[in-house]
Design a binder for this molecule. Structure first.
Ligand code: AMP
Ligand code: MG
Length: 340
């Protein structure tokens, strides 16, 4: 299959809408990361997403809508007051909510679960595409399964060339990490996957917000994750990633850095001078910039042939929680801690 990379002109969007209605898969930008979309109501089309990504069949997809009235047909009951308050506050935007699913949503989309994850993206190209398709779009991140998520169209092409007919190029993604996934079925909103909408923002609207244990911790043997995606190795480059936490992170990175191991340091902008002539990539000045650059940096590390990747941690608060959730998985929870 030949893969076309197109600017999101009205003609390209209408072509992409036709592909989607015809049961094909299209790569497209959102404010979080690039997605790989298919008609969410067409099980055969959704199957092609799993094939293109090499995604395990028990990892459910998020359904993307562009207008409030598209929610009702997907869910089994009216949203409760908490869900409505969160939708009013954060839709369109990087917040995914989990609802009991309707019959209309194929089991393939939800990996057999009786709940469905729904989000309304804010990116104008994502919204225009959903509108052009005229159907809700099931879309995971547009990477090959296990790889860092794509935040540019070039990253999508790197993973999906020859696997999808069309990728829309909307430039680099603003947020850079996937949406915040919130489960409302237990009473208190619970973050299953942190993202651009923070715990504090959710708590301000819903009066409370819990963080699932699996967000920052590996699953115990036999433990069943509430978000099936949490159990897989994720976001990982070829090189071995180690995360350095605590007050002596920089000293510990310097101690571990070994040029003969094709090492690469990922660090905060302020710490760059402390690493001298060693090979470094800056993740910018704060957690927001780290979120926007992390996946890009992990892919760049592969292109540079880095075998060991030494990465500074960030405080797991605000968007920093999403950064640490991705980073710990990219590192398969290899962490050097040193508080003192
Ligand atoms: P991705 O499509 O790569 O952004 O991943 C989607 C994430 O949402 C995965 O971690 C899934 O486990 C999670 N997810 C999707 N649907 C559900 C659901 N019904 N219940 C719990 N988690 C879900
Ligand atoms: Mg993904």
């Amino acid at each position: 299959m030949k893969t076309e990379l197109l600017a999101p002109t009205p003609e390209a969007l209408s072509r992409a809408g036709e592909w989607l209605r015809a049961g094909e898969v299209v790569g497209f930008p959102t404010e979080t990361v690039y997605g790989l979309g298919a008609n969410a109501l067409d099980a055969a089309a959704v199957e092609k997403i799993f094939a293109a990504k090499g995604r395990p069949g028990d990892n459910p997809l998020i359904v993307h809508i562009c207008a409030a009235e598209e929610l009702a047909p997907l869910i089994a009951a009216e949203p409760g007051p908490q869900a409505r308050a969160l939708m009013d506050a954060f839709w369109p935007g990087p917040l995914t909510l989990i609802f009991p699913k309707s019959e209309k949503v194929p089991a393939r989309v939800t990996a057999g679960l009786d709940t469905v994850a729904v989000r309304m993206p804010s990116h104008p190209v994502a919204r225009a595409l959903i509108e052009a398709a005229g159907v809700p779009i099931a879309a995971p991140s547009a990477n090959r399964s296990g790889r860092p998520s794509p935040t540019t169209a070039a990253d999508v092409l790197e993973d999906m060339n020859g696997r999808v007919p069309l990728i829309l190029d909307g430039g680099p993604c603003q947020v850079g990490v996937e949406s915040t996934v919130v489960d409302l079925t237990g009473g208190v909103p619970r973050v299953l996957r942190p993202g651009g909408v923070t715990r504090a923002q959710i708590a301000a609207v819903a009066s409370a917000c819990e963080i699932d244990h699996a967000v920052l911790n590996p699953l115990g043997a036999g433990e069943k994750p509430r978000s099936p995606g949490m159990k897989y190795k994720h976001y990982a480059p070829q090189g071995e990633v180690t995360v350095f936490r605590g007050a002596h992170a920089v000293e510990n990175i310097l101690r571990r850095y070994d040029a003969s191991q094709d090492a690469l340091i990922l660090c905060l902008e302020n710490d760059l001078p402390r690493f001298g002539a060693r090979r470094c990539l800056s993740l910018g000045p704060d957690a927001e910039s780290m979120a926007a650059r992390l996946f890009l940096a992990l892919r760049e590390a592969d292109r540079m042939g880095a075998k060991t990747i030494l990465c500074e941690a960030v405080e797991p608060v605000g968007v920093g929680l999403a950064v640490m959730n991705r980073l710990l998985r990219a590192a398969a929870f290899r962490v050097v801690d040193n508080e003192g």
